[in-house]
Design a protein around this ligand. Structure first.
Ligand SMILES: [Zn+2]
Ligand SMILES: [Zn+2]
Length: 342
């Protein structure tokens, strides 16, 4: 089968013919119909510090996908050949303390598809049955691969009730854009989005941001305070992993407000906890992965009900072989979500 590989250490991917995976007793083989590029794939491509420490080439990359089950192992009961599935990409162990407490998103023995084991940028991918999510029939197939990042967005937005709240979202890349669309559906009343890419901000407006701000062109403090009667927002969602965005988010969240953090920071960050968090009694949530499978239920029904329109966020669709083109677009911040078809 055709597959996109991180073949060796260093920058880039290689497209190669490799044997189709053979499955174990508790696994299923899926013919990939659509996949999507994630920031993680870009990091693996670029071979950044994180990738150098984590990735052991050769490995098939890619983790966001949807496709049809073509084969199942002897012990597989819940999933059938012919099912249209997506996958929880965090392969949890099911026996550590976190898994036993139904917090599989922070499983201590987590393996990630396309990071620790062969992934989905290929004609076929094998996954354990336990991480397969059977998609509702009504779901547009084209959108089925983006449920995984959409789940990140949903958990970031819904760490607490969001209805009637004013919200600042720092970072309007693909997941930030998904979060804006989710905020709209769940009833946020004013959505202010910041990003350094005007391309991202144009899409942010299309999916429901009321105000957009590019901190390279405008003072974000002035904009947010002007939009919130000088008080700041009820909720901030940090999706960029930028230190200055985090500091802005903390400063611009009003007293008794909530901050959800999804963006990952390269290094430790200095923040004024005393003034910006403690004296304001903020609540801060770290968000990682998705609730398995509570979030999947929400995400699937948002898409199958057509209540959430993600089409403005999908900006490019390429053949799998054109993955390099997609990665370069992502790096230039001139894209939303990019789909790949094997
Ligand atoms: Zn992803
Ligand atoms: Zn576990």
């Amino acid at each position: 089968m055709k597959a996109v590989l991180k073949k060796e250490k260093g920058v880039g991917f290689v497209i190669e013919d490799i044997p189709t995976p053979s499955i174990g007793d508790d696994e299923i083989l899926v013919k990939v119909e659509v996949a999507s590029i994630c920031g993680t794939d870009v990091h693996i491509y670029e071979w950044n510090d994180w990738a150098q420490n984590r990735i052991k080439p050769p490995i098939v990359v890619g983790h966001e996908f949807a496709g049809v089950v073509v084969e199942k192992g002897r012990e597989v009961k819940r999933i059938n050949v012919g099912d249209f599935v997506s996958a929880e990409t965090h392969i949890y162990c099911n026996h550590c303390d976190m898994c036993l407490m139904n917090h599989r998103e922070v499983c201590r023995n987590l393996k990630i598809l396309g990071v620790d084991i062969d992934g989905a940028f290929a004609e076929y991918v094998k996954i354990p049955e336990r991480v397969a999510w059977v998609n509702p029939k009504e779901i547009p197939h084209k959108f089925a691969s983006i449920q995984e990042p959409l789940g990140n967005a949903v958990d970031t937005v819904l760490a607490e009730d969001i209805s009637g709240k004013t919200v600042l979202i720092t970072g309007a890349g693909p997941i930030g854009l998904l979060a804006i669309a989710v905020l709209r559906v769940f009833g946020a009343t004013k959505i202010i989005a910041s990003d350094l890419s005007n391309y991202h901000l144009e899409i942010a407006k299309k999916v429901g941001a009321d105000v957009v701000v590019n901190p390279l062109e405008q003072n974000i403090h002035d904009v947010v305070l002007a939009e919130t009667h000088g008080l700041g927002v009820d909720v901030s969602l940090e999706m960029s992993g930028s230190k200055s965005a985090l500091r802005d988010a903390l400063k611009l969240t009003k007293y008794l407000g909530r901050v959800s953090l999804l963006g990952l920071f390269d290094k430790s960050v200095d923040v004024d906890l005393t003034n910006d968090v403690i004296f304001k009694k903020l609540r801060i949530y770290g968000i990682t992965g998705r609730r398995i499978f509570e979030t999947w239920e929400i995400v699937s029904s948002l898409l199958s009900s057509k209540r959430l329109d993600v089409s403005p966020i999908i900006t490019h669709e390429f053949k799998l072989e054109e993955v390099d083109k997609g990665i370069k677009l992502m790096k230039s911040h001139q894209s939303g979500k990019i789909l790949l078809y094997p």
